[in-house]
Each structure stands twice: as C-alpha cells, then as structure tokens.
Design a protein around this ligand. Structure first.
Ligand code: ZN
Ligand code: FE
Length: 255
C-alpha cells in the first residue's frame, strides 16, 4: 500500500495523473498530455516522475513524452501494438504483461477500440486502474481504430475487475456523458442521483473522477448491455449483448 495519487487538469479536458509511492519516493506518470501542467504538478507535489505509463498514441496522451524524458531522464512504457507512434518509448507491453512500480504489481490489460493498441494499467494490490480513453465515467471512448465488438470485449474485461476498483480516466467528459446516459436509461434511480451529483461538482468546477467499477456497473450504459430497462428503451429486449452495446455507442455518436 502507500500509493498516493494526484490528479490534475491538462489542456482543456484531459487529466494528468501522478502516482507516488511514499516509502520509496518513486513516482509514475500516467500519460503525458501537456508539459506545463505536468511540471506544475511535479512542482506542487514534489514528486519527480521516473516512468511514464502510456495508454495509447493520441497526441493528447503523449505530447510531453520527449520533453519530460529530457528533463527527468524517465523511462517510457507503452503498448507494443502502437509503439511506433509513441515518442521516446523504451519498453513495450501487451495483454498480461506484468510490471512493477516501487514494489507495486501492475497488470497490463489490452483495451482496444478507441485505438488499435490501447492498454489499461491495473494495480491489483492497490485496487486502482487507469483506463484512459477506454472507460470514462458514464461513458466509453470513441471508436477511432476498431469497431464496437472489439470495444465491447475491452469493456467486458474492465467490468470483470473487482467492484471496489478505483478508476482514473483520460478526460473530464462526465457531464456530457451523463446527459446521454439518462436518455437510454431514464428510469435508473442510481443514475439520476449520480447525474445530480455530477451537475453540482461541475458547477463548482470540481472533477468528477475518479470513479469505481461498481459505480459504473450501476450507472454507465456502456457497461449495462444486459439491463432489461435499457434494452426495452432501445427496443432490443432479445438482442445479443454486443449488439446492445453497439447500438448505445451509435446513439452516443449521434447524440
Ligand atoms: Zn485518445
Ligand atoms: Fe484522449
């Protein structure tokens, strides 16, 4: 234990996340969205990163890689499937890769869909996972490089993590996600309560993250393909799970 996490805003709606092990003084950075805001967070916390865990190749997740590597001499780890698009990458990972950060075990979960090689990092002993642009609070990433059935498999893997797992995501998209979620799941009282909470947090300019797997299972339509009320709303009572998921993703694209 002894993992401390600092989450801060970068760019317009990206999250930067520093993960710090108190005992060893070591720090990891999850993605590198923006140099200036990351340096400000390092300054504020006093936590100097020695490694970047990269989730996927999009510019808003790797833009500061080279600048931070130069400044801190840090190591950059990222998915093998898109290693050629990740600046400064030193070490590649794939499904089931086991990493260690300051004695904390990390399991790599391939979560393709948003991009072809997107990975999530799960710290099983600490009960925390970093899902970037795969699983958002009340949402899931846009399908840029792989179709809905691929993202569906990724979401199933994340849905299988323990309910108490704390989830950090790549973006503050929750309010927009909430407005969509309520259209496909209008009778879900847990969702209605959560939407009210989110509106209040955003009105106060506070982050809505992190979330938990349990909270997403109860309220995120992209994890609720089995739900009879959602299926009824969609007119898909007897459809395969993957088709329900794909329909929800399609409706969100057009929302
Ligand atoms: Zn992305
Ligand atoms: Fe992103």
């Amino acid at each position: 234990m002894g993992l401390e996490i600092d989450q801060f805003m970068c760019r317009s709606d990206n999250f930067g996340v520093l993960v710090h092990d108190k005992a060893s003084g070591e720090t990891a950075l999850i993605d590198a969205p923006e140099e200036s805001t990351i340096l400000a967070a390092v300054e504020r916390t006093g936590w100097k990163p020695s490694v970047i865990l990269t989730t996927h190749h999009h510019a808003d997740h790797v833009e500061a890689n080279l600048a931070l590597k130069e400044r801190f001499g840090l190591k950059i780890i990222g998915p093998k499937a898109e290693a050629d698009k990740i600046p400064g990458i030193d070490e590649t990972v794939a499904e089931g890769s086991k990493l260690e950060f300051a004695g904390h075990r990390i399991e790599v979960i391939e979560t393709p869909g948003h991009t072809a090689g997107h990975v999530s990092y799960y710290f099983p002993d600490d009960g925390v996972a970093f899902t970037a642009d795969t699983l958002f609070a009340l949402g899931c990433g846009r399908l840029f490089e792989r179709p809905a059935p691929v993202m569906f498999e990724s979401m199933k893997k994340l849905a299988a993590l323990p309910a108490a797992t704390v989830i950090y995501c790549g973006h503050e998209y929750t309010l927009a996600n909430a407005r969509f979620a309520i259209t496909v799941d209008p009778t879900n009282s847990a969702l209605k309560e959560r939407v009210a909470k989110i509106e209040k947090l955003r009105a106060d300019e506070k982050p809505t993250l992190p979330t938990t797997i349990g909270e997403e299972l109860a309220t995120n339509p992209f994890m609720r393909w089995h739900d009879p009320a959602i299926r009824k709303t969609l007119g898909m009572e007897n459809a395969p799970d993957v088709d329900v998921f794909a329909e929800i993703r399609k409706r969100k694209d057009n929302f």
